[in-house]
Design a protein around this ligand. Structure first.
Ligand code: CTP
Ligand code: MG
Length: 552
């Protein structure tokens, strides 16, 4: 007998204020078919970006009256939404109804004069609110509601799984407990918007766009914030006034390659963030990576940020995942559970190395769902064939065309339960011919591997690239062994009625015999792989021991 357990939505007051159509995709109650039209990815990005531009981040005194706080800020204009959160101090995210209010707030603020240090007078939308007369308010209790921005504890996740009514419930509840909240999403777009203001010092009409798990609906609380500096906007916005025989161009400096241009731009923006960016700390320039980037912590939001430039293809792949995540409510539940399973068994890590990444795991789940009969997800080629003229998209010679209006895609007739899909996933990949086949979500079928990488997942848009090129043979073997063991455990579960032991998905998260034997083997392994992983992480600027990092 399992007690009935209902998970209370972690969405706070901000989500409650939003209309139904402003809720993030996938936020519907599991099991209820959502008939409201789903927004296009580009529409969501536009709205979130505009919302972030009307928003300010305020460091508050620890004790504050919410009523007085709102009254004070309303002098700059009506407030649409706000929430408080803690991150080494109390912060408030305040969304005004109009953008003008931000200008008014900026006009009413001043640069502090510091006693022992000198301030860099950069006027951003990140403020500090001070009390003029702290003693008069000290008796006032802080009565603000705090919105949590951190992932659920293992204890909470254990309860979520243990007290669920079925394996399907377990997967859906795990999703609800760990997905990005409305508030966290707002904080992510705001952080990009704040970084954009700094980059705009050099490139006035640039855009800093989030991509990856912050926007593709597969992000969990605590995931990093991937963003890219988009300078292509210039090209799009130029209205063609060049009638007649003339064409006007900017005089520019030139460098030998696109890569060098990227490195130069990221280098100065990195310096700027480091020296002038309020809240930006621990900046590292990783300019020699395949995709050069600047990594830093945005202290007030608590996000680890990776800033790249001209990464439009990655934004397209975020859009593709957004569509796959929205097409069927089982997709995200399955992906979140498998990622959680992989993290628990140290198949994935928060630092780069020879292990499988969350992105690769997501591609594997999508591929698996394309292979069901009938398929749960369409292939990328079929999404391309459904595309209209407005969807046509070629980036750097790569065809990234696919249907953007996901309401035009027919829902799958497949009615398999999550419980079955979870088990079949482990069966499928426990027996997959990784030694000769590659995973290809464009065609939805396995192909011969073009090289001998232990795991080959074709990049959906840059089709000559392997998404999981980094994965070592021993990590691959560990994945296969754990998948087989998990399929076996789920199979046993079918037969034995469970008593008080963790059951269903929770049973798969217990320390595994296989993990232990792999850990032992890897400790005994003398050279190549461990050294390679270590070198890889040093190259990326990390020196931590992979085994000891559990940032998530
Ligand atoms: N990406 C890619 N090929 C890779 C790695 C990453 O195209 N080999 C792109 C994907 O679009 C991915 C994005 O870069 O979503 C960000 O990469 P990463 O942060 O590694 O993955 P996320 O999807 O953001 O997942 P996580 O929550 O682990 O950060
Ligand atoms: Mg990421």
């Amino acid at each position: 007998h399992r007690p009935v357990f209902r998970l209370v939505s972690s969405a706070g007051p901000a989500a409650a204020d939003l209309g139904r159509d402003e809720q993030p995709p996938g936020s519907e109650v599991p099991g209820t078919e959502d008939k409201t039209p789903k927004k296009r990815f580009s529409e969501v990005q536009r709205e979130r970006r505009e919302q972030a531009q009307r928003t300010a981040l305020i460091h508050c005194p620890n004790k504050i009256s919410e009523k007085k706080f709102l009254k004070y800020l309303s002098q700059h204009g009506p407030i649409k939404n706000h929430f408080f959160y803690e991150s080494f101090g109390l912060y408030a995210l305040v969304e005004f109804c109009q953008k003008d209010s931000i200008d008014s707030l900026k006009h009413g603020s001043h640069t502090p004069s510091l006693s022992t240090e000198a301030a860099i007078p950069f006027r951003s939308r990140f403020f500090s609110l001070r009390q003029r007369n702290p003693s008069s308010q000290s008796s006032e209790q802080s009565c603000v509601k705090i919105s949590s921005q951190v992932p659920p504890t293992n204890r909470k996740l254990f309860d979520v799984l243990y007290y669920a009514e079925s394996v399907d419930d377990q997967l859906n509840n795990l999703l609800k407990a760990s997905e990005l909240t409305e508030e966290n999403t707002k904080l992510r777009y705001l952080t990009c918007s704040l970084i954009e203001d700094i980059a705009a010092a050099y490139f006035p009409s640039c855009t800093v766009r989030p991509f990856g798990s912050s926007v593709n609906t597969f992000g969990k609380l605590g995931c990093d914030l991937d963003m890219f500096l988009d300078l292509d906007e210039f090209r799009e916005n130029t209205t063609n006034k060049n009638v007649g025989n003339f064409l006007m161009e900017f005089q520019v400096k030139s460098v030998p390659s696109e890569r060098i241009a990227t490195q130069k731009i990221l280098s100065v923006i990195g310096e700027c963030l480091d020296h002038f960016g309020p809240g930006c700390v621990g900046l590292q320039k990783i300019l020699n990576a395949r995709c050069p980037l600047v990594r830093f912590s945005h202290q007030p939001s608590g996000f680890q940020c990776d800033l790249t430039t001209n990464n439009r293809i990655a934004l397209k792949s975020s859009e593709l995942l957004y569509i796959y995540g929205a097409l069927d409510s089982r997709v995200r539940a399955l992906v979140f559970s498998i990622r959680h399973w992989a993290r628990t068994h140290s198949l994935t890590s928060s630092i780069p190395g020879a292990w499988i990444t969350n992105f690769s795991l997501t591609m594997m789940v999508i591929f698996f769902l394309q292979r069901r009969s009938p398929p749960i997800l369409p292939t990328l080629d079929s999404l391309k064939s459904l595309a209209g003229a407005e969807d046509k998209c070629i980036i750097e010679g790569n065809n990234c065309t696919f249907l953007s209006d996901l309401n035009k895609i027919k829902p799958s007739g497949n009615t398999e339960t999550l419980e079955l899909l979870l088990k079949e996933f482990f069966e499928y990949f426990g027996n997959f011919a990784f030694n000769k086949n590659s995973i290809n979500i464009r065609q939805g079928k396995e192909q011969n591997k073009p090289d001998s990488s232990p795991l080959y997942i074709q990049n959906p848009f840059e089709t000559s690239l392997n998404v999981s090129k980094n994965v070592s043979q021993s990590q691959m073997q560990k994945f296969v062994d754990l998948a087989r063991e998990s399929a076996w455990i789920l199979d046993q579960e079918d037969r034995a009625s469970s008593d008080d032991r963790p059951w269903g998905l929770a049973a798969l998260l217990l320390p595994s015999i296989i993990s232990k034997s792999h850990a032992k083997r890897s400790k005994n392994k003398p050279a190549s792989e461990r050294v390679r992983s270590l070198l890889e992480s040093i190259k990326q600027g990390n020196t931590a021991d992979p085994a000891s990092t559990d940032g998530e």
